[in-house]
Design a protein around this ligand. Structure first.
Ligand code: BMP
Length: 215
């Protein structure tokens, strides 16, 4: 992933026309567009392929499966044109390895500790172990919570130069500048961009906040 804006759009928009217009408006001001189940189910494969053609398509079907099922899903995701794939880490090293192997040229990002309050219940106590699994399995990076910058800092010490993508900015209470200062390479932002009156300006504002913080 080439990071110019250090901002990734989470396109959690279920109206296909709205998704299309937000993606087109914002594509030049973000480094990647993340798409998950909601848009696949509402818009179908053709819409996903259309959005994928706009730039770096980060596919977030976050497989939490046994290795064989992980492989089957990740092969389909790679065939959809994904440049990056998000997978769950709590499922264990064998499943993470299966995702990395099936991804081919696509980069794999492993979720360590989730950003919502519930993420502190089960994922947080194991996030450092999951980050070590991501490194050993050859993942391109991890996903870590912008809502807990201290945890991003701790996980950075484990993953070295691998990428850290941090969701939880805006609607979930985190800030882009704090996440980046703690060691994130980029932030993943959904509602604060796609619910804004002008999504492009909102995306630019986040990138500007990161630049202004001097990172
Ligand atoms: P929002 O900025 O609207 O809160 O969206 C955040 C996005 O990041 C959503 O797509 C969510 O599924 C994803 N995400 C997250 O919020 N926390 C995590 O720990 C991992 C995620 O992928």
């Amino acid at each position: 992933m080439r990071l110019r804006h250090r901002t990734i759009l989470a396109l959690d928009v279920t109206d296909p026309n709205r998704a299309r217009s937000v993606a087109r408006a914002v594509a030049g001001d973000v480094d990647a567009i993340k798409i998950g189940w909601a848009l696949l189910l509402s818009g179908g494969r053709d819409l996903i392929k259309e959005v994928a053609s706009l730039g770096y398509f980060l596919c977030d079907f976050r497989t939490s499966e046994i290795p064989n099922t992980t492989r089957l899903i990740v092969e389909q995701v790679a065939a959809l044109g994904a440049s990056g794939i998000i997978t769950q880490g709590f499922v264990g090293e064998d499943s993470v390895r299966a995702a990395v192997e099936a991804a081919g040229d696509a980069e794999v990002f492993v979720i360590t500790e989730m950003s919502h309050p519930g993420g502190a219940q089960f994922t947080a106590p194991h996030s450092e172990e999951i980050a070590r699994i991501a490194v050993r399995a050859g993942a391109a990076g991890i996903v870590a919570p912008a809502t807990r910058p201290a945890r991003v800092r701790a996980l950075r010490a484990i993953v070295g130069s691998r990428l850290i993508l941090a969701p939880g900015v805006g609607a979930q209470g985190g800030t882009a500048s704090e996440a980046i200062a703690a060691g994130a390479d980029a932030v993943i932002v959904g509602r604060s961009i796609y619910e804004a009156a002008d999504p492009r300006e909102a995306a630019r504002g986040i990138a500007a906040e990161i630049r202004a913080a001097g990172h």
